[in-house]
Design a protein around this ligand. Structure first.
Ligand SMILES: Cc1cn([C@H]2C[C@H](O)[C@@H](COP(=O)(O)OP(=O)(O)OP(=O)(O)O)O2)c(=O)[nH]c1=O
Length: 189
């Protein structure tokens, strides 16, 4: 039995390493579509399940595959990874000074079964000046991150408040994941 992380995200790899989980990485070929007409929590779970199942189809029978999908939700809108710098600027301008939700769907696939769940963390960005947004864009950090910021990086300077799981914001809610892995017969602690 081996644990496979179906993710290209270095943050997810770091979080799994942090909890001393032995795993290998196989990236999925799933193309995300944040325009699907389903509630945001469901969208994140659907995409996490799709990523895990895509890799599970190519994995061994006894392997356990983890998939995840992170989105930001504010004012009824979904913010995924920005398309370009203009899109990142728009996201940061809209999120500035407001509380939003970071939702990560997680899926564990093993033994032809799927277990899935999501976590939701409330994050408030402080009021950002146009100059601060430009400086942050210039770091390049926003480009591969949902909502165009990374709480674990320079983006920490944008965050006024967080309520809920921190690892969820970084891309993998570890307590939620541990519960799913337990159902699949894997105890982390
Ligand atoms: C809000 C926020 C998001 N993120 C990241 C986590 C995710 O990697 C990314 C959202 O993109 P995802 O589509 O969830 O994941 P990904 O494309 O990076 O990787 P894969 O699909 O292969 O698993 O945003 C941070 O790193 N820090 C943050 O503070």
């Amino acid at each position: 039995m081996a644990i496979i992380l179906a993710s290209a995200s270095p943050r997810r790899q770091e979080l799994l390493t942090q909890i001393r989980c032995n795993f290998t990485v196989v990236t999925s070929n799933v193309i995300e579509d944040n325009t699907q007409a389903v509630p945001p929590e469901k969208l994140a779970v659907i995409q996490a399940v799709a990523k895990a199942r895509d890799v599970a189809a190519r994995a061994g029978r006894n392997d356990v595959v983890i998939g995840a999908d992170t989105i930001v939700v504010y004012n009824g809108q979904i913010y995924g990874k920005p398309a370009d710098r203009t899109d990142a600027r728009r996201m940061l301008t809209e999120l500035s000074g407001h509380e939003h939700c970071v939702i990560t769907g997680v899926a564990v696939v093993g033994n032809s079964q799927t277990w899935s769940d999501f976590a939701c963390t409330k994050v408030t960005l402080r009021d950002l000046t146009d100059e601060e947004i430009e400086h942050y864009l210039a770091t390049g950090e926003p480009m591969d991150k949902a909502g165009a910021y990374g709480i674990q990086g320079i983006g920490a300077l944008l965050v006024a408040n967080i309520s809920g799981s921190y690892s969820n914001v970084v891309g993998l809610p570890l307590v939620t994941l541990a519960e799913l892995l337990k159902k699949a017969g894997i105890k982390l602690l």
